[in-house]
Design a binder for this molecule. Sequence first.
Ligand code: SF4
Length: 369
Amino acid sequence: MLMKFVDEYRDGKSAQKYSALLARITTRPWTIMEVCGGQTHSIVKNGIIELLPKNVSLVHGPGCPVCVTPAEILDKAMEIASRPEVIFCSFGDMLRVPGSSRDLFQVRAGGGDVRIVYSPMDSLKIAAENPGKEVVFFAVGFETTAPANAMAVIEAKRQGLRNFSLLVSQVIVPPAMEAILSSPSNRVQGFLAAGHVCTVMGTMEYEPIALKYQVPIVVTGFEPVDILQGMAMCILQLENGHAIVENQYARSVRRTGNLPAQEALAKVFRVIKRKWRGIGEIPASGLGLTEEFAAYDAENKFGIVSYGAEAESECIAGLILTGVKKPPECPVFGTKCNPDHPLGAPMVSSEGACSAYYRYRLPPVAGSS
Ligand code: SF4
């Protein structure tokens, strides 16, 4: 079905056609994970789970940047943000995410200069306007946010701005997918990979994963018909015993990705191990600044020591983010944990699975196998 306009990817009749196709081609139970939190919200908001055959279960993956940022990094953020010489800049979602004992809103209430920005370039502007202050941007997210953060550091160097730095908590998707597939509790048989990540990175890095774990990976967009089409492609592979990378989101994704963005990433960042909130440390799953840009590393600049903070005890975010459980299976979902009193990052974030289920009020464990 060839579509040209975004409205066509929201068309109810097309969605029903894919729903009928899925019913025709599915002969066995399958469990598929959508990687990205943006896809999770689209799925829950648009009632896609109800359009799937009963024996197909969609579980929700770790692709929510706010959700996977560990309490340890948040504690570092709060220590830096509390300093009188610092203007700490962040995307708004991060301010409500609990560290080990408080959040950035509380730091702001206590007098810290914590500002919400919409781009790392806004922070750069603040640095240029406040030469007597140290401006720190909280660089969280996946391969989608990393190029803009890389460009901000390149631009800071070009302008000779030495009062700008990044607190880096960048993570990358493929090692997390491998960690999920390698886990003894894994139940994921196919992936809908995140279209926007692949717009930057291309699809090639998923090919060895599909081959090694014999798992279909379909790079998928974010509209309801995108997701249903991606599901159909994934289930067709599973039913036929195939395990390759396919690209449903061809209107945006090329196999090689965005080469200039990848060049900026390679210049500014190197691959390092990172801790994922609720999941733990995953080797080679994150980005840190290269030697050339070490002067822009806030952890170096402020001499921040390592913290051993653990995620909150009642929150089962790790099980949610690895697809082992769905949000309504958390004992405190919607009761002790709700958007006004979040106990974990998946309830805070606009891309978190728990906030999606709470907001769109799916019946408990609907669609789970
Ligand atoms: S409902 Fe709250 S406590 Fe439970 S997993 Fe989600 S964020 Fe954590």
